[in-house]
Design a protein around this ligand. Structure first.
Ligand SMILES: Cc1ncc(COP(=O)(O)O)c(C=O)c1O
Length: 423
């Protein structure tokens, strides 16, 4: 899906436009941008890849920015909530209850009551939760439909920390040993009519994503055959990876859907609603950010640019640099893309008070001066949503753009906002 990825040239043009409009001046520390056309185009491609009846519940956790959620809902997407607070975000973004999927693995009694009372579809994580739901259902008028999360046990992907289909996973019911009890639960609870799986996020290629779906569908098909009225929904989760590096190629939504059609054809032939919960593949390539170089220093290991974004924004990159990466470029203070390479490689330091708050080591980059900007690609998901208040730095402004037309999606936090946060 590289055709809709924003290039460094496009970023530089946007930065120049933002400067022209007076939005980025010498006091600006950083800014975050989201390519709205790219996001909408990705959503359209996702919708076209799957049957019209599918519900695409975009994972809020990937990027919980209200303006983006509103746009997605407006464009016909549903939303997937990983916490009850995310349910509130979804409702605030005008997501209809029937397009909302509530997936937290630790739902309280109260959260279950409130979600079910509003007609929100939810996926239960375990048998105890099914019992809680059953107790709640007795008190509620109106249709209740829920699903059950399975762990199809396809094993860990390339990144252990984001793999949830291994034997030690804290999510869902492992399929093998629980098969008979799961069938019994569906017989017992007439409101239980959906299956859910999500094998992990990034680090799984199509073969294993598809294998997870294939294993879960085996049970899904059996349920569809034996339940009065059949199975309502089959939720395949998210997990489609993105290419953070030039040498990587990411599978497209179309390629994933085609593979599923080949290997699990009946899922597409039966009257079972497919639900998807993509986050990363939809959002990550649409986001980019710039961070001002405040100082250039010289360590015993070479030159270091001291900048204004670090683990507060790119948490995974800083803590697990072996797994996460963001392509970088250097823009001068006016927003012109710098080209060429310095004689020495660079360390790019973040602003937080710990030694490993570093975004790149030994990076081949053009010469860098104070006042330049470091631009980062592929930060549209799992960055802002993981914003850390460590060292209490204010969140930068977030701009949406269509080409070079800018719209403010979230104002920069003020020092007052940060003080209020801690009260
Ligand atoms: C249950 C569930 N669904 C969907 C997602 C979204 O995954 P991705 O952003 O990789 O598509 C996640 C991510 O962790 C998840 O836990």
């Amino acid at each position: 899906m590289s055709d809709v990825n924003v290039s460094f040239e496009q970023m530089a043009a946007c930065v120049r436009e933002a400067r022209r409009q007076g939005h980025l001046d010498e006091s600006s520390r950083a800014a975050i941008f989201h390519d709205l056309e790219a996001m909408e185009s990705r959503l359209t491609r996702l919708e076209n890849a799957f049957p019209d009846s599918a519900l695409h519940a975009v994972a809020i956790k990937a990027n919980p920015l209200m303006a983006l959620l509103e746009m997605l809902v407006e464009a016909g997407a549903g939303l997937e909530a990983a916490s009850f607070e995310e349910v509130q975000l979804a409702l605030e973004a005008n997501c209809p209850s029937e397009s909302l999927v509530f997936d937290s693995p630790v739902k309280t009694h109260d959260e279950l009551d409130r979600a079910l009372g509003r007609g929100i579809y939810l996926n239960a994580d375990n048998f105890d939760e099914l019992d809680r739901i059953d107790a709640a259902v007795a008190q509620i008028d109106g249709p209740i439909r829920a699903g059950l999360r399975l762990n199809p046990l396809v094993g860990s992907g390339d990144i252990e920390a984001t793999s949830v289909s291994n034997r030690g996973s804290k999510f869902g019911l492992p399929l093998g040993p629980n098969r008979a009890s799961i069938l019994e639960a569906f017989d017992r609870y007439e409101w239980l009519r959906g299956l859910h799986l999500h094998v992990g996020s990034q680090g799984y290629e199509l073969t294993r994503l598809t294998e997870g779906v294939r294993r879960a569908w085996k049970l899904g098909k059996r349920l569809d055959d034996r339940l009065p009225g059949g199975l309502d929904s089959f939720d395949i989760g998210g997990g489609l990876p993105v290419a953070y590096r030039d040498e990587h190629r990411a599978p497209t939504f179309e390629a994933y859907a085609d593979r599923l059609r080949d290997e699990v054809p009946e899922l597409f032939e039966r009257d079972v609603r497919i639900i998807t919960e993509f986050g990363r593949a939809l959002q990550v390539p649409c986001g980019w950010a710039i961070s001002r170089v405040e100082y250039v220093k010289h360590t015993f290991e070479g030159p270091l640019a001291a900048t204004h974004l670090g683990a507060d924004f790119m948490l995974r990159r800083v803590y697990q640099p072996e797994h996460w990466y963001h392509r970088m470029a250097v823009l001068d203070a006016d927003g012109e893309l710098k080209r060429g390479e310095s004689e020495e490689t660079w360390t790019i330091g973040g602003p937080l008070c710990f030694g490993s708050d570093v975004l790149a080591r030994e990076a081949s980059l053009p010469p860098i001066e104070p006042g330049d900007w470091i631009a980062y690609r592929d930060v549209g998901g799992y960055t802002l949503g993981m914003w850390s208040h460590y060292c209490s730095r204010a969140m930068p402004p977030v701009w949406g753009h269509r080409g070079e037309t800018l719209e403010l999606l979230r104002e920069e936090e003020t020092e007052r906002d940060v003080v209020d946060f801690w009260q």
